[in-house]
Structures are given as structure tokens and as C-alpha cells.
Design a protein around this ligand. Structure first.
Ligand SMILES: NC(=O)c1ccc[n+]([C@@H]2O[C@H](COP(=O)([O-])OP(=O)(O)OC[C@H]3O[C@@H](n4cnc5c(N)ncnc54)[C@H](OP(=O)(O)O)[C@@H]3O)[C@@H](O)[C@H]2O)c1
Length: 307
């Protein structure tokens, strides 16, 4: 199969297109013919070696954790999926080696769910990792109807899902973004505020009592601002900044979860969650996708189209 590989940690330029053996399919796994692979900041962070202290890696790495595709084969004792099923997955395995930037990827059934029919392949590939992060962050922050929630980096991959999911739960959502994204956020039912100095005052101008919960996808000043705006610090969930733990909140790392993913798929089919695709690039331009992602200006998702 064709795959993107990296033989060492480094900058996006380390990525290259190569021929690799087709993956084996273990018991409990399916083999997925990849239609599209979602790009996430963690892909290039891993690729640069930033997570080396906590994740086992086996070079050459095929990067990528997000996938949408068609089941091509099933392993022993797989009774829940059959050849031809359309699936999505957050394919984070126990070690980093055979990811989704490839024509084929194997995945345990614990990591996948049925593809929402309402989404095309590119949209579907953008849903798993960022969607699960948003969904689990809202759960950890106990976001419910009537809450006022702030989402930091509301226009990004995780943020665009967190805002929509919070609105769907009946929350009032305030989202931080640069001004070029304010109309986009309004379309999602979000009250936009510009980040940077004076953020707390700008939020208080909208919500004088502050907020009930916060989902942070930025870190640093957004943790401090959230702490000031929250009366209950345990309802701060940061997916980036370990300091959230120190101020009484939660520093969260998304878990692969087939039940949560199926729920997201259902919400997408109900039209409650849309996937905003910023850019689609062919598989061979994975390095360019990483460069774009590293700029930190993505609205929604960057996707690699594979077949
Ligand atoms: N712990 C976990 O489980 C987990 C899971 C997923 C992601 N993450 C991490 O969470 C972060 C966000 O991920 P993502 O996929 O959402 O990234 P992303 O899509 O690349 O985020 C891009 C967005 O960030 C916004 N942004 C940039 N600087 C900002 C600031 N200072 N304040 C507010 N918004 C700002 C940009 O909006 P403007 O263009 O308007 O500035 C842009 O829309 C990354 O660091 C990622 O590694 C962690």
C-alpha cells in the first residue's frame, strides 16, 4: 500500500510517500480502506518528538489517528462489522507505528463507529479525534442546559465541535477567536469575543456573573481568564495546559471510545454537529498539511484525501 512515513522525528519535511506492506488484521480488528484521514495538531507534535517521553514509537511511523473509510476485511471473531461497512475511527493504538495516513489501516472495533450518512468522506474523517475531545471535555465540565460556557479557540477543530455540542445541550456559549472568525461563530450560535489582553472584561460585558464552565484549547492566559470567570474551578477542562490541574480544574487527554463515537455519529446525522473542512489536500501533501496546521489558524479541520 501507499503510505506517508517518517523514519525519524523532525519537521514536516521528514514525511515522505512510500510503499509499505499491507497491515495484518488481528482478532477483534477490521482492515479499513482509507477514504480520508483527518489531520490533528497532535500528529505533528508526535512527529516532532514532543510526546516521546510518554508514547512508545516504532519507526518508520505512519502518522495519523483519524480515519473514514470502508471495511475491507475483518479479523477473527468480528461480528459487529462486515466487509463493505462505512466506518470512522480515532485509531490511537497502544504504540505509535501504523497510523491512518495510508491506503489501509487496521483498527480494533473498540476504536471505530459507523460513519454518519449525513457527512461526506472528508467531513467524516474530521470528526473522531476532535469531536471526541469536545464531547468528553463537555462531559468532564458537566455542561448542561442553561449553563453559560466559554470555549477558548472556538473556531478550531476541537472548539468548533465543543461549541456546537454545547449549543445542542442547551447551553449559552461564548467563544474566543480572532475577528475574522466572529461571523463564523455567530452562525454556530456562539457569542464571539476576541482573545488577548482584556478578555475577562470583554466576557463580563456579555455575562456579568462570569461563566459556569470552560473548555480550553489554548492554554496559558486562557486558563487564568477561565479561573477568574468561573465560580467553580472544577468545571475548567483544558485539553492543552497541565496548569488546569493546579488551579482546581482538569487537564484532559481524549480517550478512544466507541460508544462516544457512535453518539457523535448520531448527532452528525441529526444535523446537530457539522464538520467544517478548511482544506483538503491529497495524501502526498501531508507535509504541507502539517505546515498549515502548525500555523494555528485552521477553521474546523484539515483533511488528507486518500482514495
Ligand atoms: N488533550 C487532548 O486530548 C487534545 C485533543 C485534541 C487537541 N488537543 C490540543 O488542543 C489544541 C487545539 O486543537 P485543535 O485541533 O482545535 O487545533 P486547531 O484546529 O489547529 O486550532 C486552530 C484555532 O485556534 C485558534 N486560536 C489560535 N490561537 C488562539 C488564541 N490565543 N486564543 C483563541 N483561539 C486561538 C484559531 O483561531 P483564530 O484563527 O481566530 O486565531 C484557530 O481557529 C492543540 O494544541 C491540540 O494539540 C488536545
Amino acid at each position: 500500500m501507499r503510505a506517508i512515513i517518517q523514519e525519524q522525528y523532525g519537521e514536516p519535511d521528514v514525511l515522505k510517500l512510500a510503499e509499505r506492506p499491507d497491515p495484518k488484521v488481528a482478532p477483534g480488528e477490521v482492515l479499513i480502506r482509507v477514504k480520508a484521514a483527518g489531520v490533528n495538531p497532535v500528529d505533528w507534535k508526535l512527529g516532532a518528538g514532543y510526546l516521546d517521553a510518554m508514547m512508545e514509537t516504532q519507526f518508520p511511523i505512519i502518522p495519523g489517528w483519524d480515519v473514514a473509510g470502508v471495511v475491507e476485511a475483518v479479523g477473527l471473531d468480528v461480528y459487529d462489522y462486515k466487509v463493505g461497512d462505512e466506518v470512522i475511527g480515532y485509531v490511537r493504538k497502544d504504540w505509535v507505528a501504523n497510523g491512518t495516513y495510508a491506503e489501509l489501516v487496521s483498527a480494533n472495533v473498540r476504536l471505530i463507529a459507523r460513519k454518519p450518512a449525513a457527512l461526506d468522506w472528508n467531513e467524516a474523517a474530521g470528526l473522531p479525534l476532535a469531536g471526541l475531545t469536545a464531547y468528553q471535555a463537555l462531559n468532564r465540565a458537566r455542561v448542561d442546559k442553561g449553563d453559560t460556557v466559554i470555549v477558548h479557540a472556538a473556531a478550531g477543530g476541537v472548539g468548533s465541535f465543543a461549541t456546537q455540542l454545547a449549543v445542542a445541550r442547551g447551553a449559552r456559549v461564548i467563544g474566543t477567536a480572532s475577528e475574522r472568525n466572529h461571523d463564523f461563530l455567530r452562525e454556530l450560535g456562539v457569542e464571539p469575543v476576541t482573545y488577548g489582553e482584556g478578555l475577562v472584561e470583554r466576557v463580563r460585558a456579555l455575562a456579568s456573573d462570569g461563566v459556569d464552565a470552560a473548555v480550553d484549547c489554548v492554554g496559558g492566559e486562557s486558563v487564568d481568564a477561565s479561573r477568574e470567570l468561573l465560580s467553580d474551578p472544577s468545571r475548567l477542562v483544558s485539553v492543552v495546559d497541565p496548569r488546569a490541574d493546579e488551579v482546581g480544574g482538569v487537564n484532559m487527554w481524549v480517550r478512544p471510545d466507541a460508544t462516544d463515537l457512535a453518539e457523535l455519529s448520531r448527532l452528525a446525522d441529526e444535523g446537530k454537529v457539522r464538520v467544517f473542512v478548511d482544506r483538503v489536500l491529497p495524501l502526498e501533501q501531508a507535509a504541507e498539511a502539517w505546515r498549515l496546521s502548525r500555523e494555528g489558524r485552521t477553521r474546523g479541520k484539515i483533511i488528507l484525501s486518500v482514495s
